[in-house]
Ligand binder design. Structure first.
Ligand SMILES: Cc1ncc(COP(=O)(O)O)c(C=O)c1O
Length: 377
């Protein structure tokens, strides 16, 4: 089976361990294990696990963990939750289970590439719903309706959105669900950055407003436990769950029972983690905002949630060259727009260390002022 190269993964894999200042990260400052256990008040927890039998555990996921995850949603039974190895595995499982060759899939673009390249690899006819900067990177619902018209298997969204930081509010979620209903489609909502609103508003999960939803999420990004490599997929649709289970038997057996116990601690203390993490992203966002406002060649639609933004720049330089010069001359790492098949942009992550962010942006400014060339965009 042919699959397109995953551009952002290839680029990050090549450079992220060579750079001094990494502003390309999408996770909120990952916990050190001790820091996490201290935050949740369970420093002795590893000792408590000494008698844990290291078996396969429960194939669908640790029962207490599924129950806690289900509790994050309105009236969801634990039977509607499957524990996966990160959101990437959850998304894979959704496409692997539901997409037949020739099915129509409508996916937002730009996006985390898995969301459109993988269904294409499974033989789907993938239609892209182009998000536009001039529309605050929000989907145009009439265009979505036209793309889905005549029937679709899945409408794929990502909320909050990587790479732009756009946020679909409840009214958008409901409208997308209605369009899916008219098209006879399910909505696959990747909610990896859920809970990281940058303002005071809270946005519900697609699963809480749409019975056709299949949602994916993980312990990475907004929960800072990326190294657990755990996530989940949730749905209210019993037929979909049956398909997911039947396909998952061929890819996973079970997640790690040891790590599921750590994940359980995280879910039990999810509000404390959100409090830490919203503090980090909100403070860092102001650093990026000040920088963007001070840079004449850089502009943006300010992100409304998550850990990333997708500013534009007006220099006569391809995005890859800009990013490579930033790496080589300044030791600073951002993701060029070309990794999202969009020139004239770069993705910056602001979930990390504030001092690293300030220093990285100062060096970015040095590079921008040393670059000659007139505006072209
Ligand atoms: C939108 C989105 N979905 C899924 C993933 C996969 O993350 P993980 O498997 O760590 O949950 C990422 C990672 O960058 C992402 O940005």
């Amino acid at each position: 089976m042919r699959v397109d190269p995953f551009l952002v993964e290839r680029f990050m894999g090549k450079y992220e361990h060579q750079v001094e200042l990494n502003l390309a990260e999408t996770c909120v400052k990952p916990f050190r294990l001790g820091e996490f256990l201290r935050l949740v008040g369970r420093e002795d927890y590893l000792n408590e696990l000494m008698d844990l039998p290291l078996t396969y555990g429960h194939v669908e996921g640790l029962p207490e963990l599924r129950e806690r995850i289900a509790g994050l949603y309105r009236d969801l039974s634990p039977d509607g939750v499957l524990v996966t190895r990160g959101a990437i595995d959850a998304n894979f499982l959704a496409f692997f289970s539901l997409v037949e060759p020739g099915d129509r899939i409508v996916s937002i673009f730009p996006a985390y590439q898995q969301l459109y390249s993988l269904p294409k690899a499974f033989g789907a006819e993938v239609r892209l719903l182009h998000l536009r900067e001039s529309e605050d990177w929000l989907p145009d619902l009439d265009r979505l309706s036209r793309l889905a018209d005549g029937g679709a298997r899945l409408l794929v969204v990502n909320n909050p959105h990587n790479p732009t930081g756009a946020l679909l509010e409840e009214s958008h979620l409901r409208a997308i669900c209605d369009i899916a209903g008219d098209a006879g489609a399910y909505v696959l909502a990747d909610e990896s950055y859920h809970g990281l609103e940058l303002g005071e508003e809270r946005v519900p999960s697609m699963l809480d407003v749409c019975d056709r939803a299949i949602v994916t999420r993980s312990f990475s990004k907004s929960l800072s436990l990326t190294g657990l490599r755990l996530g989940w997929i949730a749905t209210r649709d019993e037929g979909v769950m049956e398909e997911l289970m039947g396909h998952r038997d061929y890819t996973t057996i079970s997640a790690s029972i040891l790590l599921e116990h750590l994940a359980l601690l995280a879910i039990e203390n999810i509000e404390r983690i959100y409090e830490r993490n919203r503090g980090i992203v909100r403070e860092n966002l102001e650093v990026v905002r000040e920088w963007v406002e001070s840079e004449p060649s850089v502009d943006w639609v300010p992100p409304r949630a998550g850990t990333v933004a997708f500013p534009s720049y007006s220099l006569d330089l391809p995005s890859e060259e800009l990013a490579l010069r930033l790496i080589r001359e300044k030791g600073v790492f951002v993701v060029p727009g070309c990794c999202f098949e969009m020139e004239g942009h770069f993705r910056i992550g602001f979930g990390g260390d504030g001092n690293e962010l300030r220093e990285g942006l100062a060096r970015f400014s040095d590079l921008l002022s040393s670059i000659q060339g007139g505006p072209v965009i």
